[in-house]
Design a protein around this ligand. Sequence first.
Ligand SMILES: Cc1cc2nc3c(=O)[nH]c(=O)nc-3n(C[C@H](O)[C@H](O)[C@H](O)COP(=O)(O)O)c2cc1C
Length: 202
Amino acid sequence: MDSEMILKWMQERKSVRSFTEQEVDTRLIFKIIDHVRLAPSGFNAQPWRFVIVKDKNMIQKLYQYSGYQKQLNTASCVIVLYSDLLDVHGKVEDVLHPEMSPDKKRSDKKALLETLEVAPDVLQSQGYIALGYLLLALTAYSISSVPMLGFDLEKVKAMLKIKGSILSVVAAGYGVDEGHAHHRLALDEIARLYEREERSLL
Ligand SMILES: Cc1cc2nc3c(=O)[nH]c(=O)nc-3n(C[C@H](O)[C@H](O)[C@H](O)COP(=O)(O)O)c2cc1C
C-alpha cells in the first residue's frame, strides 16, 4: 500500500506556479524537512541545508531577484536548499554512525575529509537527493511547489546570509492549478538493459 502512495505522489508532483492565499503552516514545513533529512548521502555527509522564508517582504525581494518569476508573487513560503561544505567539514565527527567500529570511523573520516578536499562537487551535488525528497514530501501533504534556480544567486545568498552554494529555491503554497501535464523523454531513451551481446561487440 505504501509503495502505491509514493508512486502516486511521483505522478502527482508537477511544477505549480500560482498559489492561493492559504498559508502553509511553518511547523508543517519543519515536519517535512525532518523527514527530508533522512535522505541518503555518501559517508552520510548530509550536505543539504535549508532556509525557510515566510516573510512577505523577503519573498518580494526574491521575486525581484528571480527577474519577476510569477510564482514568487503568490508563494506562501520559499524553501532555499543549499549545500555548505565548510559546515559539513565542521561536522565530520558528528555524521559517523555510533555503531561503527573505531577503525571504520577512522577510515570513513579520512575518506570524507579527502573527498571534501579533492572532489567537493561529488558531495555538493548530493544535495539534490534532498530536493527530490522535499518535492515528494510536499506533494504528500498536498502542498504544491516549483523548484527554481533562475535567480541572481549572489543577491539571494547575501540576503539570506548563505555561505555555501544554492542548489534550488523552492516556491511553495496551496496550488491554484495542478501544473502542466508531464512531458518526458520515453523510457527507452533514458534506460536500457545491459545485454551480453552488446558487451561481446566491444
Ligand atoms: C534545479 C531546477 C531549477 C529550475 N529552475 C526553474 C526556474 O527558475 N523557473 C521555473 O519556472 N521553473 C524552474 N524549474 C522547473 C522545471 O522547469 C520543471 O521541473 C520541468 O520543466 C519539469 O516540469 P514539472 O516539474 O512540472 O514536472 C527548475 C527545476 C529544477 C529541478
